[in-house]
Design a protein around this ligand. Structure first.
Ligand SMILES: Cc1ncc(COP(=O)(O)O)c(C=O)c1O
Length: 407
């Protein structure tokens, strides 16, 4: 069923403030069921995890529900699901866990397409261990990865390939499975930054070829946290530094300190909300529309894909109509509905301010995409327009009218 955007929007209190949001790649607006789940859990009864009192069992349940929800969302077993404060924190943690096993002369492969969160932690871990960093370059003309450079970067000493599933600025989706298969042939692990990708696609971590996959629920209607899915055998093998009294169970051994039960509940509610977006009732969290949650997610995210593709075409047609004044940098054949642009002779920050004055939220910057900006020789901030489930045609027209007026 196509998404009924008007019905969907009624679940987002922030949309009543007259703003048109194009900053989804930075973080989405929050639907009421997510906020309610946070409040309900936090106002308890709530204690630390345990099985003795109802308040302990509530905490236990919040954790179990969270793992089950992200197992369904990411296509992995529940014990593969690790909570973190953010994708950045999880990547820093896992860079340290993995680097314990690296030796001088080993190599890792990073990409010029990636957000710095999937670059700097690995470079710093490599510096500490005497490991050589090699690169997959971007073809500036197409904004696709240069796969020849990948072949040159791989070697029998490659321990890890860290790569994004989709660029948070260009939208480029690299041929992940192909890249992962080559990494595995070379004996390397594959760490995937799925933060931008998971906001637009149903994820199947094993099918993508990822050994470790990280995403951030606040990019897909959830609260601010990070989630990592790891191959069960790999998680069993890794031994993070941890407190002596804390459990050595997987996945708990990777989660340090007391879990934020209310955030886990909100993150779970976001998955339920995503699973029901294509039903008449966007808050049909009971799944009256039928099927397992994974099946409902599959249908719902397919509908989201159709919705966002239609709007992306409207954005891109509108930008083309503005002529040479707008340079669109997002050019890859396979990409998300995220468009990066610069404006001939104009500062993108002025465009951001002009749009903001008209109630259109479209940020200017480089969005921590240090490597892509350097590779594409983008020295100034660029304007980024991202679509989200609640974006409608009126929002798009406000954006295009605002840009036309600015230019
Ligand atoms: C592609 C990508 N990777 C990683 C991150 C970092 O995510 P977090 O804020 O959860 O650390 C972001 C945040 O914008 C992102 O867009």
């Amino acid at each position: 069923m196509p998404i009924d955007v008007a019905a969907l929007r009624t679940h987002f209190p922030s949309l009543t403030h007259g703003l048109a949001f194009f900053d989804g790649p930075g973080g989405t607006q929050t639907p009421t069921p997510v906020a309610e789940a946070i409040t309900r859990t936090l106002t308890g009864p709530l204690s630390n995890r345990g099985l003795v009192s109802p308040s302990e069992r509530n905490a236990e349940q919040a954790v179990a529900d969270f793992r089950a929800a992200y197992a369904d969302l990411l296509g992995v077993p529940a014990r593969s699901v690790v909570h973190g404060r953010s994708a950045t924190q999880l990547t820093y943690d896992f860079s340290r866990h993995l680097a314990k096993d690296w030796r001088v002369g080993d190599e890792i492969v990073l990409s010029r397409l990636d957000h710095d969160a999937n670059v700097r932690p690995w470079i710093q871990a490599a510096e500490h261990t005497g490991v050589t960093v090699r690169w997959i370059e971007i073809d500036a003309a197409t904004t696709e990865l240069d796969l020849d450079s990948y072949e040159r970067a791989l070697s029998p000493r490659t321990r890890l390939v860290a790569l994004t599933a989709a660029s948070n600025v260009l939208g480029t989706k690299p041929p992940l499975r192909r890249i992962a298969d080559r990494a595995h042939e070379a004996g390397a692990l594959v760490y995937v930054d799925g933060v931008h990708y998971a906001a637009h696609h149903l994820v199947d971590v094993p099918a993508l070829g990822a050994d470790l996959f990280v995403c951030s629920p606040y990019k897909f209607l959830g609260p601010h946290c990070g989630v990592l899915a790891g191959a069960p055998d790999l998680l069993e093998a890794l031994q993070p530094d941890k407190l002596l009294p804390s459990t050595n169970e997987v996945p708990e051994r990777f989660e340090f300190g007391t879990l934020p039960y209310e955030i886990l509940a909100g993150a779970t509610a976001a998955v339920d909300f995503l699973a029901s977006m294509d039903t008449a009732d966007a808050a049909d969290t009971a799944g009256a529309a039928g099927g397992s949650r994974r099946e409902r997610l599959t249908r719902s995210l397919w509908s989201l894909h159709e919705h966002e593709n239609a709007l992306r075409a409207r954005v891109e047609d509108g930008l083309r109509a503005l002529g040479d004044a707008v340079t669109v940098h997002s050019k890859a054949a396979d990409r998300t509905p995220t468009v990066l642009m610069t404006l001939e002779g104009r500062d993108a920050r002025e465009a951001q301010a002009h749009l903001a004055a008209r109630g259109v939220v479209a940020p200017a910057g480089s969005f921590y995409a240090h490597e892509p900006f350097t590779a594409l020789k983008l020295h100034d901030p660029a304007l980024r327009v991202g679509l989200a489930p609640y974006t409608d045609t009126e929002d798009v027209d406000r954006l295009l009218d605002g840009l036309a007026a600015f230019l």
